[in-house]
Design a protein around this ligand. Structure first.
Ligand code: MG
Length: 349
């Protein structure tokens, strides 16, 4: 494949890695080719065209939340986790940010390349088992396929999750209103920068680690502590994509206090070496919350009590101005925070 194709060409004849970026090109692909083909909205409170973290069906006094994700990360194992932990946490987290913090059921569809060592598969499955325990969930059905050597690269895992919330209590990613505060559950950029540094062969021993973890306890604590108006896990495309998506969907603006956005020192310095902004890369154990202004302090305190939420921070405010845009206040001036263009990091999750 030529460089031009792999970076995302414009001729429209072939799928490029940019189609999987999670931001602009993915959205265009879904809006033009996927959403119009299916009657995916029906009378659902959250259906296909919402492009939210999951779908919501109302059935009696319960809402059923459904979400799915395929995991293609490379390498399969990395500092802080592996594809197994990622596959469970990713789906648990998409349920959680819809408001379903106690997963009812998880599926696991494994696609394995012939020749994969059984020990490696065991290690991945052990990791899935431990992550299920941590998230309080179980895998209840699944599928296993083996493809020939070279027909798939190692292991691909799809997980689908189902969860319940009382009807009307799901939380969409489109619920922000002017005046809401934006609360981030911890430092951003760890997963993406760690993966890229690992791939580039940097000596990162001890300095960098993926944040991959279930966040359902953090979300449950936040929901208990106050009115959460919108949530999103800033995965592929990073914090910058998540916050832009939330303001665009709600037709509001946002002003962020850049110095308040937590980024660990080794993540910031490695990002600088790699020429990658930590705000643009995937996180796998973080949540961005919109919170009613009067509840921001209590929600922040509650998140900080939960392991993994100790470094939660108030990072900004939703505004009436600059609708559809995110303004980053650097302390010295202001600039727009846009989504990353194209695809810097394929196979990040
Ligand atoms: Mg998500």
């Amino acid at each position: 494949m030529s460089d031009e194709q792999s970076q995302g060409d414009t001729d429209g004849d072939v799928v490029t890695v940019a189609h999987g970026s999670g931001s602009g090109r993915t959205r265009d692909f879904l809006d033009e080719r996927v959403v119009p083909r299916f009657d995916g909205d029906g009378d659902l409170p959250v259906g296909l065209s919402a492009l939210d973290d999951g779908a919501v069906h109302n059935i009696g006094d319960q809402s059923v939340v459904v979400t799915t994700d395929s995991h293609v990360v490379s390498p399969l194992s990395f500092p802080g986790g592996d594809i197994g932990r990622l596959a469970v946490a990713g789906t648990v987290n998409d349920l959680a940010v819809m408001g379903a913090t106690e997963p009812l059921s998880l599926t696991c569809s494994l696609v394995v390349e012939a020749g994969t060592p059984v020990d490696l598969l065991d290690a991945i499955l052990d990791s899935m088992e431990r992550t299920c325990e941590a998230a309080g969930c179980a895998i209840t059905t699944g599928d296993t396929k083996v493809m020939g050597s070279g027909e798939v690269d190692g292991v691909v895992i799809n997980t689908t999750g189902v969860g319940l919330v009382p009807t009307g209590e799901h939380v969409p990613d489109a619920g922000l209103s002017p005046g809401d505060k934006l609360v981030l559950s911890g430092p951003v950029g760890d997963h993406g920068i760690t993966l890229l540094a690992e791939r580039e062969g940097f000596d990162i021993e001890g300095d960098l680690e993926s944040d991959v973890a279930p966040v359902n306890d953090i979300v449950a604590a936040a929901l208990d502590a106050g009115q959460v108006t919108a949530m999103k896990d800033p995965t592929r495309g990073g914090f910058a994509t998540a916050v832009n998506e939330m303001v665009r969907k709600a037709e509001v603006g946002a002003t962020l206090d850049e110095p308040a956005i937590p980024v660990r020192d080794p993540v910031a310095s490695t990002g600088e070496l790699l020429g990658i902004d930590p705000l643009d890369v995937a996180n796998e154990g973080k949540v961005l919350f919109g919170v009613a202004s009067e509840d921001a302090d209590s929600v922040l305190d509650a998140i900080r009590e939960v392991p993994g939420g100790e470094e939660a921070a108030l990072v900004g405010e939703v505004t009436d101005e600059n609708r559809g845009r995110v303004v980053l206040d650097t302390g010295f001036g202001q600039r727009y925070l846009s989504e990353p263009e194209g695809e810097q990091l394929p196979r990040i999750c």
